[in-house]
Design a binder for this molecule. Structure first.
Ligand code: GAR
Length: 218
């Protein structure tokens, strides 16, 4: 069966892009990355794509007078490469409702919190300030409202007493790298359906485990 032709949109480091590259390299993986687009010319993720032999494209938002023109250039690159599906992976530009609706149900994002909690930036700083015991990450379909949309996969990540932002971010990022290829696999396998903005996934298991944090021997 033909593999789903995916574009990954990045703005920086590209560690989630790398997780997707590695996931797609697995035998029988139902998706391939046909194009990586960055809105910043010096994004480290572009090197990762080039090393993997994936076509790259820069659409520098600073070169465009408004968001519509920027997104027209994005769409030209995407359609020119025959892209069927988009993964946002640390893509730090807000997309207009026009773009989001054009790619509705073919556009997903990863966010470093357990949505709908902690939308927006600086999630780990706010998690630490609130003293919550769990945070996590979420892969979701993109809707016009920021960090909102049907949830595909989440991972719960414990917050440790001695965490600082960097330690917590690294623990969440490791979970992101597991969740993103998993979500893409399930979608490209055709297991995922959306009804009334709630997702159903065929042929999956959910763990019964209850996670408690913190714990003591008792
Ligand atoms: C990731 O933690 C991702 O969840 C976050 O940016 C980081 C990108 O890292 N995305 C957002 O905050 C989007 N709202 P990466 O470039 O190494 O994948």
């Amino acid at each position: 069966m033909a593999r789903l032709n995916v574009a990954v949109l990045i703005s920086g480091r590209g560690s989630n892009l790398q997780a997707l590259i590695d996931g797609c390299a697995a035998s029988g993986f139902p998706a391939q990355i046909g194009l990586v687009i960055s809105n910043t010319p010096d994004a480290a993720g572009l090197d990762r794509a080039q090393k993997a032999g994936i076509a790259t494209h820069e659409v520098n938002h600073r070169d465009y007078s408004d968001r519509e023109d920027f997104e027209t250039a994005l769409n030209q690159a995407l359609t020119g490469a025959g892209i069927e599906f988009i993964c946002l992976a640390g893509f730090m530009r807000l997309l207009t409702p026009g773009f989001v609706n054009r790619w509705k149900d073919r556009l997903i994002n990863i966010h470093p919190s357990l949505l709908p909690a902690y939308k927006g930036l600086d999630t780990h700083t706010r998690v630490l300030a609130d003293g919550v015991r769990f945070t996590g990450c979420t892969v979701h379909f993109v809707r016009a409202e920021m960090d909102h949309g049907p949830i595909i996969v989440q991972a719960a990540v414990p917050v440790h007493a001695d965490d600082d932002e960097a330690r917590l971010a690294a623990r969440v990022l490791a979970a992101e790298h597991q969740c993103y290829p998993l979500a893409l696999r399930m979608i490209a396998d055709g297991r995922v359906s959306i009804a009334d903005e709630i997702i159903t996934i065929r042929g999956i298991d959910s763990p019964d485990t209850v996670l408690i944090n913190p714990i003591i021997d008792c």
